[in-house]
Design a protein around this ligand. Structure first.
Ligand code: SAJ
Length: 432
């Protein structure tokens, strides 16, 4: 590849990160092959459509597929740059599972040639990029790999984590700064040359291990801070204080910025990544572990208090506002809101109504419960108890006069003007 030529790129894994990344690279004019293990995903993308929801992604994918700069396949093909963006779930006992990364690297190994760059983007335990390098070295003894040769290596390998926010992925893919962690400084420089093509944020070079840790630290930082807010809300429930008021006041301090309590932490990142650190350094990470436990425990706390409230008002209908794991998106994966609503539905059956403007039908967790999906107006007309679980803007804009006379358990603090909030909540004080 001549330096002024646009590299051909192969992106492995066409999920929430891989597909937007592939589409943005394709928009920069590179020829991109997206690889996925699922026929349906490959077919959908090749027809110019998408299988996930993300703001503006449909139009972008349609455009780059129509222009021929993005196509999808089940098979890896020779390319100049390979980007691995496959999941790294954790299995039993919260142990990170990097088998998809290693499988993807195995497929890439067969296609590698001198001059190629291999980049791992998947959130990974520290040391994964080096393990991937060792695997490549084993599978391709004909190639000089970085860190294992005294000569100039034949290929470059780097770890470059994404840090985009679901709902703002296309914007943040371009604007956010990125850590570019090379196995060697030369690898980092090669990776920078690639990301410069489509990222406007700063590209900061470091080692692969430091970049791996940085990604985990970012999400753990957020988890620990949300845990502080959630613990404050549990303390406030116990002491009959309004946590929202306390946080609002405390945040007037110039160096205090407490996050928002909620029904727990959802999604595939913040509730998962801290375990990668805990697994690597269990003795050294008590704070990170307890934060995870506090955030997971908050879901049970909300369920318990909601049940106490419902038990005080037998027979009345209950509206659960929101299933998504956070505001203004249709992502119900690992959602505390969904867990709470589904448990209430199993406990109280048809009395439970779900208001979720981002769902066209109730997820499988509600099967056989008798719960129904209704809209905001139906909820206001028919439900006396209202439990807010997701802070969608559509819910926030329900004015006070439409909520008058309702018993509200607002786990997100979206209705600070609700007059009987405190009264309803104080009735719930746990006998602890
Ligand atoms: N949450 C609260 N209170 C808050 C903030 C969030 O309860 O004050 C909850 C949300 O409701 C949600 C969960 O935390 O259930 C996570 O939401 P989020 O918006 O904080 O983060 P994610 O999971 O959508 O995306 C995170 C981001 N990481 C950080 O902000 C450090 C994103 O930048 C990462 O790219 C993404 O994880 C990822 O892929 O790792």
């Amino acid at each position: 590849m001549l330096s002024e030529e646009k590299p051909s790129v192969c992106v492995l894994g066409l999920g929430y990160i891989g597909l937007p990344t592939a589409a943005v690279i394709a928009r920069s004019g590179c020829s991109v092959l997206g690889v996925d293990v699922t026929d349906h995903v490959v077919d959908t993308i090749n027809s110019g459509k998408i299988h996930i929801e993300e703001v503006d992604l449909d139009g972008l994918v349609q455009g780059v597929v129509a222009r021929g700069t993005l196509r999808a396949s089940l098979q890896v093909e020779p390319s100049d740059v390979f980007v691995i963006a496959v999941p790294t779930p954790f299995g039993d006992n919260n142990i990170p599972d990097t088998s998809y990364v290693m499988e993807a690297a195995t497929n890439v190994a067969a296609a590698l040639k001198v001059g190629d760059t291999l980049i791992l983007e998947s959130t990974s335990p520290v040391g994964t990029t080096e393990k991937m390098r060792d695997l490549i070295a084993k599978l391709r003894p004909d190639l000089k790999v970085p860190g294992l040769t005294n000569d100039i290596p034949d290929i470059a390998i780097a770890y470059c984590p994404e840090r985009v926010l679901p709902g703002k992925i296309l914007e943040e893919l371009i604007q956010n700064d990125r850590s570019i962690g090379g196995i060697t400084p030369r690898c980092a420089r090669k990776a920078i040359g690639f990301y410069h093509r489509f990222v406007r944020g700063d590209l900061i070079t470091t080692s692969a291990r430091a970049a791996e840790m940085t990604k985990l630290v970012e999400n753990s930082y957020r988890d620990v801070n949300i845990a502080f807010a959630n613990e404050l809300s549990i303390i406030s429930d116990h002491m009959d204080l309004d946590v929202w008021e306390v946080i609002r006041l405390a945040n007037r301090h110039p160096r205090v910025n407490i996050l928002q309590p909620g029904p727990g932490v959802g999604g595939h990142c913040i509730a998962v990544d801290p375990w990668f650190i805990i697994h690597s350094a269990p003795e050294q990470s008590p704070l990170i572990r307890i934060a995870r436990e506090v955030n997971d425990g908050k879901t049970g706390h909300v369920l318990e208090r909601a049940s106490l409230l419902i038990d005080e008002l037998p027979g009345v209908s209950i509206a659960c506002f929101g299933l998504a794991f956070k505001a203004n998106i249709d992502d119900f994966r690992e959602s505390p809101a969904l867990k709470i609503a589904a448990k209430l539905a199993r406990r109280y059956g048809g009395r439970v109504k779900i208001v979720e403007p981002y769902a066209s039908e109730l997820p499988a967790a509600f099967e056989g419960t008798g719960a129904q999906l209704i809209d905001i107006d139906q909820a206001l007309e028919t439900c006396q108890i209202m439990i807010t679980l997701t802070d969608h803007d559509m819910f926030k804009s329900i004015p006070l006069d439409e909520r008058a006379g309702k018993v509200v358990y607002d786990t997100r603090g979206i209705w600070p003007d609700q007059p009987d909030n405190r009264k309803a909540v104080s009735k719930l004080r746990l006998a602890s």
